[in-house]
Design a protein around this ligand. Structure first.
Ligand code: PLP
Length: 385
């Protein structure tokens, strides 16, 4: 049985073109770009090209990109780097629905005496911009708000938020790990100061990421050591990863409009059929302002994990919003922040598609889902169908 992979917000397949581009840089052209000899030095040219490819996708200057080891490092670097550069400001504003790569940093900072404001979201996962306006004050060092939510796909009005932060003289960072490659954006026309992205969410390998640093943004380096990345990120470069990331960005830039339209129509077909055919199913998140590939659906009175296990038996990979902590299944912090009732938050399943999914896969899943839901409902102690 072939695997049907609907878990692309967790990670994506490396594109064949990306792998081809990376291949020579493991065993043939394996030099260190910082070396004096030509063997190492020639690799600098490829890194320059990769930086240009990333910058072209984002609409910024190549000199505004540094490569990191992934989205988590980019997020940590943005927050910690801004705070280190502005030691007199002790407040960070974020949201309740960020990825742990942001929230865990914020909670650590809180334990060190920083003020952390976590903005609320409404039932559809939308922010209240007025609350952000109220929270920004003279003590605020950075506002960090994700571009698109990894669980629901809800897209925040980032340009508006960035403009507001700029008007108030506060640095603005966005975790755009889930947005890049799925929606077009142009940093040359935006007030975003810092933006994180991750290779493995856009068909490059795991362990490579990048941080956009708008020219003039005050940021202290987070990783200390050698002089790589213009002194902004120490550590020998992940050469194959960087080259792969560059190629993945080039591919994303080339096809973004058509691919996203195709992915969206597959996602909509899957979502509409599930909502129609499975009683007690509800869509989580703002239907309109959403990534084209993501659908988060709750199935009342059923455990999301049970659905995932049954889907797995049919060869279908998806994910749920719950995290197993200390033996009990906690519903996702994102769905809790949205006020999704307990009985529905426990039964949430996220389907996240990519350009490699096909209509046949969607049709097969549409056939299977109602059977799974009806079987699990029959077993549920809470409801009689
Ligand atoms: N931010 C968001 C929104 C994510 O979805 C993820 C990964 O799931 C990360 C950050 C972390 O990225 P990485 O896995 O590259 O460290």
């Amino acid at each position: 049985m072939n695997t049907i992979y609907f878990d692309n917000n967790a990670t994506t397949k490396v594109a064949a073109e990306v792998l081809e581009e990376m291949r020579p840089y493991f065993c043939e052209l394996y030099g260190n770009p910082s070396s004096m000899h030509t063997f190492g030095g020639q690799i600098g040219v490829k890194i320059r090209k990769a930086r240009e490819q990333v910058a072209a996708l984002l609409g910024c200057e190549p000199s505004e990109i540094i490569f990191t080891a992934g989205g988590t490092e980019s997020d940590n670097t943005a927050i910690m780097g801004v705070l280190a550069a502005a030691p007199n400001r002790r407040k960070v504003i974020t949201t309740r629905v960020e990825h742990p790569a942001i929230l865990t940093v914020c909670r650590e900072l809180q334990s060190r005496g920083y003020t952390i404001a976590e903005l609320a979201v409404d039932k559809q996962g939308r922010l209240d911009i007025a609350e952000l306006e109220e929270q920004i004050d003279d003590d605020t060092a950075i506002v960090t708000i994700m571009y698109a939510n990894n669980e629901t796909g809800v897209v925040f009005p980032i340009d508006k938020i960035a403009e507001l932060a700029a008007d108030r003289g506060v640095v603005f960072h966005t975790d755009a790990v889930q947005a890049i490659g799925k929606i077009p954006l142009n940093l040359s026309k935006s007030n975003i100061d810092l933006l994180s992205l991750s290779g493995h969410k856009l068909h490059a390998p795991k362990g490579i990421g990048a941080l956009y640093i708008k020219k003039g943004t005050r940021l202290s380096p987070y990783m200390l050591g050698g002089h790589q990345e213009a002194g902004k990120r120490a550590g020998t470069e992940n050469v194959p990863g960087i080259i792969g990331m560059g190629k993945a960005c080039e591919l994303a830039a080339k096809n973004i409009e058509q691919e996203n339209q195709r992915v969206k129509s597959l996602r909509d077909k899957l979502e509409n059929a599930i909502l129609e055919k499975c009683p007690g199913s509800l869509l989580n998140g703002d239907k309109e302002n959403r990534l084209p590939n993501t659908s988060n659906i709750s199935f009342e009175y059923i455990e999301g994990e049970a659905i995932l296990l049954m889907l797995d038996r049919y060869g279908i990979c998806a994910s749920s919003g719950s995290a197993c902590t200390s033996g009990s299944l906690e519903p996702s912090h994102v769905l809790r922040a949205m006020g999704v009732p307990f009985t529905a938050a426990h039964g949430s399943v996220r389907f996240s598609l990519s350009r490699y999914n096909t209509e046949d896969e969607v049709d097969y899943t549409i056939e299977v889902m109602p059977q799974i839901v009806s079987k699990l409902r029959r077993l549920s102690p809470f409801v009689a169908e």
